[in-house]
Design a protein around this ligand. Structure first.
Ligand SMILES: Nc1ncnc2c1ncn2[C@@H]1O[C@H](COP(=O)(O)OP(=O)(O)OP(=O)(O)O)[C@@H](O)[C@H]1O
Ligand SMILES: [Mg+2]
Length: 268
């Protein structure tokens, strides 16, 4: 029950507490002149502190660009982004967030635990970093600390990437289709485990996916983007209780939520 309270509070307290990420009317453009692409236009959204927000939208609508703008990897042409009240550059320097990509991008010559330690060797890890061994336990890889990436399955490699992202204790995890390359059963398992990790760590998560059921199952809210130019179509709360279990996907409520999301995407 405590878990349910925490999860619901993150959304209901949205109006009262400062958001983890605040995006205010941003434009992002690539290139110039005739070749210029407006990837995002007038995008505004607040990600509540501690929330799990998923992002859906047609290919090319700017989902990755929005994550990258928050992470200070692409500049904004207009508008403002604040990450816990700071600019994306300040937040990057103080390691407020970590990124997890579709491909785990582990160093092949380093063991699982040495890959997890990597961010601690780059720059100042700060005093509050997590214990790499405990993180591997958290993501379900106890006993596999010394395995090389080539000895691990795709799902296990992605667990290592999640542990690595958490080692600096970021307040925000930015995840860009992290389970997109995995088979359905492995993906389901990692979905449940990611919810558990979110509840145990209190990290704010912004998670991009192409899967409607995944967006609905994981998210307290789903941010739907439309394309050409990339803009917010809807920021929809998912009224399903926590903790969530895979069997919930067979309920009428879940089916109605995914049907609504599908309709929104068809209109994009
Ligand atoms: N570095 C770049 N240079 C030029 N154009 C870019 C760059 N990055 C993205 N774009 C363009 O910006 C738009 C949004 O791209 P983005 O990768 O954010 O889409 P997406 O929603 O993540 O798509 P997908 O679902 O396929 O991953 C696209 O038109 C893309 O071609
Ligand atoms: Mg993308």
């Amino acid at each position: 029950m405590a878990v349910l309270d925490v999860a619901d509070d993150a959304v209901s307290a949205e109006a009262e507490t400062a958001p983890a990420v605040s995006v205010d009317n941003i434009d992002v453009r690539f290139g110039s002149g005739d070749a210029a692409v407006t990837a995002l236009k007038g995008v505004s959204v607040d990600i509540p502190d501690g929330a799990f927000v998923t992002m859906l939208g047609p290919s090319g609508c700017g989902k990755s660009t929005l994550l990258r703008a928050i992470a200070d990897l692409v500049p904004t042409a207009k508008g403002e982004i604040r990450v816990h009240g700071r600019t994306p550059e300040e937040a990057r320097k103080s390691r407020d967030f970590a990124f997890v990509f579709q491909d785990a991008t582990l160093l092949p010559w380093r063991s699982a635990i040495d890959n997890v330690k990597l961010p601690l060797e780059v720059g100042d890890p700060g005093p509050a970093h997590a214990d790499p061994k405990e993180l591997l336990d958290l993501v379900g890889l106890s006993g596999r600390e010394n395995a090389l990436p080539a000895e691990l399955s795709g799902g296990m490699r992605q667990r290592v990437a999640i542990a690595r992202a958490l080692v600096t204790r970021p307040r925000i995890l930015l995840m860009d289709e992290p389970f997109g390359a995995l088979d359905e059963i492995t993906r389901d398992k990692l979905n449940e485990e990611l919810l558990r990790i979110w509840q145990e760590t209190g990290t704010t998560i912004l998670f991009v996916t192409h899967s409607i059921p995944e967006a609905a199952f994981l998210g307290q809210k789903v941010l739907v983007l439309a394309a050409h130019p990339g803009r917010v179509k809807e920021f929809m709360p998912v009224k399903l209780p926590f903790p969530r279990h895979l069997a919930m996907r067979d309920t009428m409520e879940f089916i109605e939520i995914t049907a609504h999301l599908r309709q929104l995407l068809e209109e994009c």
